[in-house]
Design a protein around this ligand. Structure first.
Ligand code: ATP
Length: 257
């Protein structure tokens, strides 16, 4: 059964139909890539799923619950996590404290109620750092971390909420190729081990082809194609919109042929 059901989602900005009658579904434990050229409507779609923008029309149902009209915090409470294009961590805190903050927030508590800040949820935070391979960096301040480590930390922070659905908006933006692959491999492992559903946007077609279970292609706000990696790659309409894309198209042609 579909866990997320999106139907007829539309939003215009002035005369621009940024998202135009978009419908799709996502199953439990599925990794769905939302791809398309610049300005296709991917971020606008994400913002509507997360309650940041309200659609002009359409419906977003998570496990039967309507999300349209809810605020981001309410959507987060229903088990939707999000990572951002620009990483958001508390730079004055350590790696572990950032995860502890997220765990406290999930438990609806604040520092200082029961234990000292340093101790609260430390063990659980360390478990999450284990998952992302950062236990050894637990007590480093986040402002000295390499960019790839920050992105992994951001994933741990999103996981602290035990999301049933994780929205990842260009999770590998700004990362070098090996780091990109390793972050998405980590995400794919989480999907497999925890049954989390993931919707992600990504410009790197190597990453998309390697890890997605299914692809949804947007162009000018509309769904252009949908299907398995092989189906989408073979679709002439998809090839056409990527023709001007240089390396992106080359990647479609060669690396995975
Ligand atoms: N707040 C806004 N006000 C006006 N127009 C907007 C706004 N947000 C997005 N748009 C327009 O809506 C269309 C879709 O933009 P969107 O950012 O969703 O695309 P995208 O697929 O995420 O692009 P990119 O890959 O470059 O991030 C574009 O034409 C964009 O200029």
């Amino acid at each position: 059964m579909s866990f997320l059901v999106v139907e007829g989602l539309s939003l215009s900005f002035g005369g621009v139909r940024a998202v135009d009658d978009v419908s799709f579904t996502l199953a439990k434990g599925e990794l769905l890539a939302l791809i398309g050229p610049n300005g296709a409507g991917k971020s606008t779609c994400f913002n509507m799923l997360y309650g940041v923008s309200r659609p002009d029309s359409g419906s977003v149902k998570l496990d039967g619950n309507e999300l349209v009209g809810l605020k981001p915090r309410q959507i987060w409470r229903l088990g939707v996590g999000r990572t951002f294009q620009i990483t958001a961590t508390f730079t004055s805190m350590t790696v572990c404290e950032n995860v502890q903050m997220a765990l406290l927030s999930h438990a609806n508590r604040t520092f200082g109620i029961f234990r000292r800040a340093h101790d609260a949820y430390r063990d659980q935070a360390m478990d999450l750092l284990d998952i992302i391979g950062m236990r050894g960096q637990a007590d480093r301040p986040t402002n000295v971390l390499a960019y790839g480590d920050l992105k992994r930390l951001e994933l741990a922070i999103a996981l602290a909420n035990e999301p049933k659905l994780l929205l990842m908006d260009e999770p590998t933006a700004g990362m070098a190729q090996p780091e990109r692959r390793s972050l998405m491999k980590l995400t794919a492992d989480l999907v497999r081990d925890r049954g989390t559903s993931v919707l992600f946007t990504e410009h790197d077609m190597d990453v998309v082809f390697e890890h997605s279970h299914r692809l949804l292609v947007l162009n000018r706000g509309r769904v252009l194609a949908e299907g398995s990696v092989a189906e989408v790659r073979a679709d002439p309409k998809v090839r056409e919109i990527y023709l001007g894309g240089g390396s992106t198209y080359a990647s479609m042609e060669t690396n995975h042929a």
